[in-house]
Design a protein around this ligand. Structure first.
Ligand code: NAD
Length: 371
């Protein structure tokens, strides 16, 4: 029998601050995993963010974007830092790098796992009896529609001299269908439950949202257990009992707020990964995606070998799951991170009084536990 080895083509864009340190670990993890799961990786590293400005005069150099267009996924670090914070807002690394990438690849879906391991439950601001068994939830947020982008969006001066500002919340059926499809696929890989969050008692867009989500789930996978919740209640329920949610599906602004709420109740930015998936299919007929840690460049610890590599490593796991269809390999990474934490290894951000290990030691401990 002939076994064809999969080749995973992706770019790494480490960016600034701790980005390069944690990216190095993630790439090593993928290389080791390739031996175990019979895939090879073909990756190239490119400047983005502050280092893009320093080396090429722009946060998203043309050569970087061109390289990303040739591959199946982007593994992103994080960008920005004190050196560039006095630039005009439009030239700031985050805005000038991430927004054009989102636009170029039509990244319309943001998936943010909210994971807290039981061993780290004291990091959560929630009462320990609420999170004693950890947290395992996934927030699926629509990223390109809704009130952040709807037109008109303007401030005008009324006849009486008073100012008036308008933002427009708008959604089309197709925008709701495509995000629902991703949520259905994600839920099928988990516990099979979706809670769709809206404000259908007040907003027209939410009425359409709810109706479309119901039709879509029924059509795509009637085995998914679908429930609905108003956003104000969802914000409360998330702190009351985060584990009641398997997949939270919601529109752009509600998702912006709820995903940050989820991040904070999970305790440390150093542990949280995210995926942004696009409209384009890659050469595996899966969504092109950008995968990145939830946190930033952590300038306070950059270059010291102290950063927690878990968020970057877990972002690589999401890349395997969503852009390369390698579910078992993705789980292997997630289990290795879990086992590393269970074995008591801690970087400073999650040490809670224990002895802290450095980035590369933590990375090696994860690699040693890959199965
Ligand atoms: P931050 O996430 O970089 O840091 C906040 C705190 O969390 C710091 O104490 C930091 O040390 C800690 N932290 C974050 N990630 C960590 C990790 N992996 N390991 C250990 N500790 C970690 O947020 P900030 O300080 O507000 O922003 C710093 C810079 O990062 C800014 O320039 C900001 O614009 C940029 N930023 C970029 C992104 C992105 O690229 N997507 C996201 C957020 C912030």
């Amino acid at each position: 029998m002939l076994f064809l080895m999969k080749t995973l083509r992706f770019t790494t864009l480490p960016g600034d601050g701790i980005g390069p340190e944690v990216m190095e670990v993630a790439v090593k993890v993928l290389q080791k995993l390739g031996n175990l799961y019979n895939f090879s990786i073909e990756s190239s590293s490119h400047d983005v963010g502050g280092i893009g400005i320093d080396n090429h005069g722009e946060a998203l150099p043309e050569s970087t974007l061109a390289a990303c267009k040739k591959v199946d996924a982007i593994l992103f670090g994080s960008v920005g830092g004190p050196k560039w914070e006095n630039l005009p807002p439009k030239e700031q690394p985050e805005r000038a790098a991430l927004l054009p990438i989102r636009k170029a690849f039509e990244l319309f879906a943001n998936l943010r796992p909210g994971n807290l391991y039981p061993e780290l439950c004291d990091l959560s601001p929630l009462r320990s009896d609420t999170v004693a068994n950890g947290i395992d939830t996934l927030c699926v947020r629509e990223l390109t529609g809704g009130i952040y982008f709807g037109q008109p969006k303007e401030t005008t001066t009324l006849d009486n001299g008073e100012k008036q500002a308008v933002d427009t919340m708008v959604y089309r059926t197709e925008e709701i269908e495509r995000i629902t499809q991703l949520a259905v696929n994600a839920a099928a890989l988990r516990d099979g439950r979706i809670c769709s969050v809206d404000k259908a008692n007040v907003l027209e867009t939410s009425v359409l949202w709810r109706e479309t989500v119901i039709n879509c789930v029924q059509k795509l996978n009637p085995n998914i257990e679908l429930t609905h919740m108003y956003v104000d209640n969802a914000a409360m329920q998330l702190v009351r009992d985060p584990n009641q949610f398997d997949v939270l599906l919601t529109e752009n602004m509600f998702g912006d707020i709820l995903s940050d709420e989820l991040a904070v109740i999970c305790g440390s930015l150093g542990m949280l990964a995210s995926a942004s998936l696009g409209t384009q299919k890659n050469s595996f007929d899966l969504p092109f995606g950008l995968y990145e840690p939830a946190g930033g460049t952590a300038p306070d610890i950059a270059g010291k070998g102290l950063a927690n590599p878990c968020a970057q490593v877990l972002s690589a796991a999401l890349m395997l799951r969503y852009s390369f269809g390698l579910e078992e390999a993705a789980q292997s990474i997630e289990n290795a991170v879990k086992e590393t934490i269970r074995a008591g290894l801690r970087t400073g951000d999650i040490a809670m009084g224990k002895k802290a290990t450095g980035t590369s030691e933590m990375g090696q401990a994860i690699i040693d536990r890959l199965q």
